[in-house]
Design a protein around this ligand. Structure first.
Ligand code: EPZ
Length: 421
């Protein structure tokens, strides 16, 4: 799909099932590399990043099979020789999450050849914290022309304090520590639900992890991990995106399997803006009858704070809200790519610096041709199109497809006139 066409301005009505979480399934898939049996991952979303990860696992000797929402990974024969050959470059560069194979392969084979990962253009996204943390576990790094080679004769547990609660660095440390000798204490760990999912899966495989969900994880290394069955929760950012579409265009929707408990700050912001949000047995019920009310301030923060991934989808809603709002991006340094496109659609937004914008709400956005440059920004432009009067065309949809199984199908279920070409 290259472009999305949206005839916007119609209130939403209907129900849709929210896909499984991208950012939870990828580290769980990486963790299967540490096991010597078969794992079954349920509610596995059909996404490019998942296919890339599947390709990477197979290149390392895993056998994978998909049956509808279920992915099986058999990891008995992960091979050092294959790992030394390097992994398919397209898949490595295609996604940021290839970097968590670093911890998993160190845990399984004691060595790994890493090409620099790809990902969204939302900031520098260095991996210095991953490297410094793993060095403490007795991992050595050698710079190579392709990236770097990392190895350890023996992973050794120790105390590691992360300078910022990096999601990826926490995942890498966990993946290495579960197979290290002795105890690893990770202080300042990220607490995102995706980290909890990884810890839950590894615990089912036989890992000894205390403090799951907290900023201090205590991990006792074990000799062997076996495969396990694990179901991935609904994607909190996809659910949040559809919540924003309903808030921006008005209406009433049921987001089935939305992980309500993981969405506390997102829902708190939505409720302050006038949305009715209720947890039901099936998921999240949302009703938006009036024009949204502006928040005074919206600032992103590590979990359990307001998620950086929800910042972009909230911008079209705030553009249409009654009142003014300051938005502060505290996680990534380059996450306001969509501002010029929203301005072109009529939004009144002033960008103060790379991390701050000020919005004055207007009554109506107008459909325009816009360009997605990264995943959540692309989804946010789609949300803007759903609310805007007239036709919006969103180009660059390959970015959106990295995180949304089928955003057009899902929004059509909610009554939006939208199609992809
Ligand atoms: C994860 O990225 C998510 N990606 C991101 O979602 C999400 O926005 C982010 O966490 C924050 O919640 C996946 O899970 C695949 P970080 P990650 O390490 O792990 C800096 C999406 O749209 N940093 O927590 O890369 C970094 O530059 C994606 O689905 C260093 O300086 O995020 C950033 O400013 C986008 N050095 C901050 O820390 C390092 O070594 C947080 O990054 C590592 C990170």
């Amino acid at each position: 799909m290259e472009s999305i066409y949206i005839h916007g301005g119609i209130a939403l009505q209907g129900q849709v099932r929210v896909q499984g979480s991208k950012n939870a399934v990828l580290p769980v898939m990486a963790a299967t590399l540490l096991t010597e049996g078969t794992s079954t991952i349920g509610n596995c979303p059909r996404l490019k990043d998942v296919y890339h990860m599947q390709t990477l696992l197979e290149s390392l000797g895993c056998v994978t099979a998909r049956d509808k929402e279920m992915l099986k990974v058999h990891a008995a024969n992960v091979s050092t020789l294959r790992a030394r050959d390097g992994m398919p470059e397209d898949a490595v560069r295609g996604m940021r999450s290839s970097i968590i194979l670093l911890g998993a392969l160190l845990g399984r084979l004691g060595e790994v050849r890493v090409e620099y990962p790809g990902g969204c253009v939302i900031g520098e996204r260095p991996i210095d914290i991953h490297i410094e943390a793993l060095k403490k576990l007795n991992v050595h790094f050698e710079e190579k022309s392709y990236g770097f080679y990392a190895y350890s004769e023996e992973l050794r547990g120790t105390e590691v304090s992360l300078p910022v609660p990096s999601v990826g660095a926490t995942e890498n440390l966990i993946l290495a520590a579960v197979r290290a000798k002795g105890t690893t204490v990770i202080r300042g760990a990220a607490r995102e639900p995706e980290i909890t999912a990884l810890c839950e899966f590894l615990s089912l495989c036989g890992a000894d992890i205390a403090g799951t969900g907290s900023a201090t994880l205590i991990i006792q290394g074990v000799e062997r991990l076996m495969g396990a069955d694990y179901a991935i929760a609904g994607d909190r950012i996809v659910a949040g995106t559809y919540l924003c579409a309903c808030m921006a265009a008005g209406g009433e929707v049921l987001l089935k399997e939305a992980p309500v408990l993981q969405m506390r700050e997102t829902l708190a912001a939505a409720i302050r803006m006038g949305a009715v949000c209720q947890e039901t047995e099936e998921g999240l019920y949302v009703q938006m009858e009036e024009r949204p009310k502006a928040l005074k301030r919206l600032a992103t923060a590590p979990y359990p704070g307001f998620p950086t991934d929800m910042q972009s989808p909230f911008l079209p809603v705030l553009s249409l809200a009654e009142g003014e709002c300051d938005v502060e991006e505290n996680i990534f340094e380059n996450r306001f790519h969509i501002v010029p496109y929203l301005q072109d659609m009529g939004a009144d937004i002033t960008q103060t610096d790379a991390r701050h914008i000020h919005l004055r709400g207007i009554e109506e956005l107008t459909g325009r041709r816009v360009l997605a440059k990264e995943l959540r920004g692309g989804a946010a432009l789609t949300v803007a199109g759903v609310a805007a009067k007239g036709v919006t065309v969103v180009d660059g949809c390959k970015f959106i497809e990295r995180g949304y199984e089928n955003i057009c199908r899902d929004l059509r279920e909610l009554g939006v006139r939208i199609y992809g070409v």
